[in-house]
Design a protein. Structure first.
Length: 571
């Protein structure tokens, strides 16, 4: 009877939470200099703000120290062993530190870290899943304790950057620098990382929690954050703050003072290892917590301004018996905000659970194949090959004028001339060298941007219909990338209306348009990609109405840009 009333009370709390969860997350990462690829991953995670149709990422921990040192015993560090019907996990990763089980020695070794990185770089290039790294310095007062406490008198305040020099402080920051070097290898490979620097922080078996104060923990987190970002330039990191979220006592459920703040955290997470003897699901498969403290911690985690995920996820933990992936789906129903569920152990991996095929085929679950391209490359228009062209007279499609070297606010023109040029139409051509896309990269999205320099006459966005974009084949619009009057009427090998540009509204604003699938397919991987911009209607009323954009001759920051998002194609 008590359980029934508890479930009813928790359900009411969830109903209230669902109202609060409608708000959006903070739009940008905490690091103002974050790499675009890291921001793109964050953007994907942030779509889970109570949007039940977006995809939660299926994650799988691939192992760590022992899979590198003793693969013959503990199995290989490999993503393909976790495939279900050919679908691979959408998030994979490792832990840099850990116990060498054969030597019974706790290690954080740069050679092992680099070996793990080699595997992750290969996986990223083949499948581009989100990469998840856990890395914690060994106990600086007694490294062989690992993450466990050593003496009750050991205090985190000794490790702060403002603290006096000590052996413990030198040990801690040497480990931080070792981890930074390993994370730098992933940064240099263009890989963003969901990074947990102090995993399961609120557990009594962690030296950075037991006998420590929340204020000192927060200051140490901020010191580490500033060191990684400001000193080491690790702008590929998405910082994940994680709490153990189940079976905590009431005195340990108040997490607020331990939260480092939105300026130092990008993702909030919980560690969830569900016990088989606790009835989380009712007869209809509906999930709810059975303990008040579990709900209290959940409420705190899911009401931050940052995306929420399960950074450690296990079913039937400790039994050696697989669970059921339908349990994860039930939790997703309970928590629409869940951005990822990172299955931790091989024994409890997705593929060994019941209903694994159903789970990876669920429309709300994202495997590696479902993820968009997180990598991106931005190209500036080539000055000698962009410009404006004008037909001879209204609707004539005859040779007119081409200008490739003009500068200033109307170096590119799109719209309608006045009576002096007999209502002839302007088109703009922009040209990008897209041959430098990495080998094996498959475009998944592209955005064209033009900066408005001046509006001449009436606004053609209000009078001339839609501003369309055509894309040329590998030979350009006139059989050559050089600008020519004939480009106005060339339709051979052209894909029409692959994007529509927005009205920039004011000088200095950008027009933007996203290429459709036909436009993505037409991107030239071995040379120039050229785009032609024009309005699909012409009023022929004798009034000038054209928009002027800056061209490739303009200063950096004003030039036309083509940003291509891509992912690496699996072999």
């Amino acid at each position: 009877m008590k359980l029934k009333f508890l479930r009813a009370g928790l359900a009411l709390g969830v109903a209230v939470l669902s109202i609060n969860s409608a708000r959006a997350y903070l739009p940008v990462l905490s690091d103002p200099a974050a790499l675009p690829v890291a921001q793109n991953v964050y953007n994907y995670l942030a779509t889970r703000a109570s949007a039940t149709t977006d995809k939660m990422i299926e994650g799988q921990h691939l192992g760590g120290v022992n899979e590198i040192l003793h693969p013959e015993i503990y199995g290989p560090f490999d993503i393909t062993s976790h495939a279900v019907n050919g679908k691979l996990p959408g998030m994979v990763g490792t832990r840099y530190d850990g116990t060498d089980k054969q030597q019974n020695e706790y290690i954080l070794d740069p050679v092992v870290c680099s070996a793990l990185n080699i595997q992750l770089i290969s996986i990223w290039k083949s499948n581009q899943p989100v990469v998840h790294i856990t890395a914690i310095p060994p106990n600086p007062w007694h490294p062989q304790s690992g993450r466990d406490p050593y003496k009750p008198t050991n205090n985190l305040s000794e490790l702060l950057l403002t603290a006096p020099d000590s052996a413990a402080k030198r040990s801690f920051w040497a480990s931080i620098d070792l981890i930074a070097a390993a994370l730098g290898e992933l940064r240099d490979a263009g890989i963003p990382v969901v990074f947990r620097p102090f995993a399961e922080f609120n557990m009594p078996n962690k030296y950075y929690y037991r006998n420590q104060s929340s204020a000192t923990f927060v200051q140490l987190w901020q010191d580490v954050y500033n060191h990684y970002v400001g000193v080491k330039g690790l702008h590929n990191l998405i910082f994940c703050w994680e709490a153990w979220a189940l079976n905590r006592s009431s005195t340990e459920s108040d997490l607020g003072p331990w939260y480092p703040g939105d300026n130092y955290v990008d993702v909030v997470a919980g560690a969830y290892y569900f016990q088989p003897d606790i009835p989380y699901l009712d007869a209809n498969g509906v999930f709810s917590f059975t303990k008040v403290n579990d709900q209290t911690i959940y409420d705190f985690l899911t009401t931050r301004n940052r995306p929420f995920g399960a950074a450690q996820w296990g079913l039937n933990q400790g039994t050696g018996v697989p669970g059921d992936d339908r349990f994860t789906l039930s939790f997703m129903n309970f928590c629409p905000r869940l951005a990822f569920a990172y299955y931790w152990t091989n024994e409890q991996a997705v593929e060994v659970q019941a209903h694994a095929e159903e789970f990876v085929s669920e429309p709300r679950v994202a495997t590696a194949e479902d993820l968009p391209g997180f990598s991106e490359k931005t190209f500036s228009s080539l000055p000698a090959e962009d410009g404006w062209i004008r037909e001879y007279s209204m609707g004539s499609l005859k040779f007119g004028v081409a200008r490739a070297t003009e500068v200033g606010t109307t170096a590119l023109r799109t719209g309608d001339t006045g009576p002096r040029e007999m209502d002839a139409r302007y088109q703009s051509i922009v040209s990008f060298d897209t041959s430098t896309l990495p080998p094996g990269a498959t475009p998944t999205g592209a955005t064209l941007r033009l900066k408005r320099g001046a509006l001449v006459g009436q606004n053609p966005f209000l009078t001339e219909g839609s501003c369309w974009v055509d894309i040329a084949g590998s030979t350009g619009f006139g059989g050559s990338p050089d600008l020519s009057p004939d480009d106005f009427r060339n339709f051979s090998g052209i894909v029409k209306a692959v994007a529509t540009l927005s009205d920039p509204l004011a000088d200095g604003n950008w027009s933007t348009g996203s290429l459709n699938p036909a436009g993505l397919t037409a991107i030239n991987r071995s040379g120039r990609t050229q785009l032609r911009i024009y309005f699909n209607q012409n009023r022929h009323d004798g009034h000038e109405a054209f928009v002027g954009w800056y061209s490739g001759e303009a200063e950096s920051g004003d030039q036309p840009e083509l940003t291509i998002h891509y992912k690496y194609q699996a072999p």
